[in-house]
Design a protein around this ligand. Structure first.
Ligand code: FPP
Length: 240
């Protein structure tokens, strides 16, 4: 049987280009992007994917025009208000990674509501990376480790990769097996830098609003055909 990824992470890119190609405002691209996200969560659940992480707003996205930022914030609120009941009904546990303190209080409250309502669900996990940036996440983890070492509650000599992993926003979440990026760009853009150490990548030419069930299935098939060695050698070569 084909190997299925436990954790799929997606960089949902190309909303703006999708809109421009249709003579529409960027807002329309983001709206269509939410619809693609909704369909992808359903498809991933149907395909038995246990963890799905999506990059919805990066810590660098604050440099976009104010109107676009407020649109993305509005869409997140709308997504949680409209979809939370369905997600909960389908046994989806929602988790948010990223900096919360500079988000509006009403957004913070919604994120907390989504997490607490779905805390005990275990059919599938949806991780939304919002106001997320990997370098900030790693720096924050190192700050905490350093202050615990300075207070004498942590031995610096005992710090391992696992220790650092446990201080990241993604503590307890398995590393992504497969990272998909749409829109033809081939880079990580500060997404899950630490966690992607052994991820497989699939880059698709379609813009995010055009991503559908068939694209997800094709990416999972491509993943199944990869030879993952995690720095070792192929199991068949190991014996020769
Ligand atoms: C990249 O397209 C996409 C984003 C910056 C945001 C992703 C957001 C969504 C899919 C919709 C919002 C969903 C939630 C839950 C908030 P781009 O704007 O960079 O496209 P471009 O590179 O073609 O301009």
């Amino acid at each position: 049987m084909a190997v299925k990824p436990v954790h799929v992470a997606i960089i949902m890119d190309g909303n703006g280009r999708w809109a421009r190609a249709r003579g529409l405002p960027r807002t329309a691209g983001h709206r269509a992007g939410v619809e693609a996200l909704r369909n992808t969560v359903r498809a991933a659940g149907d395909m038995g994917i246990r963890w799905l992480t999506v990059y919805a707003f990066s810590s660098e996205n604050w440099s976009r025009p104010k109107s676009e930022i407020s649109d993305l914030m509005g869409l997140l609120k709308l997504f949680i208000r409209r979809d939370l009941a369905e997600l909960h009904h389908n046994g989806v546990r929602v988790r948010i990674v990223g900096e919360r303190h500079d988000l509006e209080p009403d957004i913070r409250a919604l994120l907390e509501e989504a997490e607490s309502l779905t805390r005990d669900n275990d059919a599938m996990n949806l991780v939304i990376a919002f106001n997320y940036g990997s370098r900030n996440e790693i720096a924050a983890a190192v700050r905490r480790l350093a202050s615990e070492a300075a207070r004498g509650v942590l031995d610096p000599q005992g710090i391992t990769a696992e220790t650092l992993g446990a201080y990241l926003d993604t503590a307890g979440i398995p590393d992504p097996d497969l990272i998909i990026r749409t829109s033809g760009e081939q880079r990580l853009s500060n997404f899950l830098l630490w966690q992607a150490a052994y991820s497989e990548f699939v880059f698709l030419p379609c813009n995010w609003p055009d991503f559908g069930r068939a694209d997800l299935a094709a990416a999972i098939d491509a993943f199944a055909a990869r030879d993952r060695r995690f720095g070792g050698v192929d199991a068949r070569e190991a014996v020769s």
